[in-house]
Design a protein around this ligand. Structure first.
Ligand SMILES: [Zn+2]
Length: 137
């Protein structure tokens, strides 16, 4: 679906408190979510690895949405406000998509395997014919 380099960035509205001059940016990549908050002299960055995200919550007000990205264990969380409802939902959706992709990848990595007795290549535990040497196993 998306290449590993894909990073999507969402910027909070400048019309919301604390975002007038340097609006908060939320960047979502397949690996992590980064919140970047600039100030006059520095740039503050918080990040959570996609694998460690336990939930993404959205609270939608009259005009703007707040978003919480929580890590498992609750050791850190990213909070940002002043996003449009559409952006907030998009952030949640992308994070959940990346998590699904990651989990599917993790499962296929740890799928049961064994060695082919003929050629010693690694094949699936349920395989009847080795995909390397085409012999019955
Ligand atoms: Zn084989």
């Amino acid at each position: 679906m998306s290449s590993p380099e894909t990073v999507q960035t969402f910027t909070a509205s400048r019309w919301t408190q604390g975002n007038r001059i340097f609006p908060t940016k939320i960047s979502v990549s397949p690996v992590q979510v980064i919140k970047t908050k600039r100030s006059w002299f520095s740039s503050d960055e918080e990040s959570i690895n996609i694998r460690h995200i336990s939930s993404v919550r959205i609270k939608t007000g009259i005009l703007w949405s707040d978003i919480w990205i929580e890590s498992s264990g609750g050791t850190n969380q990213i909070y940002s406000h002043g996003h449009t409802k559409r952006d907030a939902q998009r952030i949640k959706q992308i994070v959940e998509d990346h998590q699904r992709t990651f989990k599917e990848g993790a499962f296929s990595d740890t799928a049961a395997t064994r060695k082919c007795p003929h050629c010693a290549e690694t094949i699936k535990a349920d395989a009847r014919v080795c995909r390397f040497c085409n012999r019955e196993v």
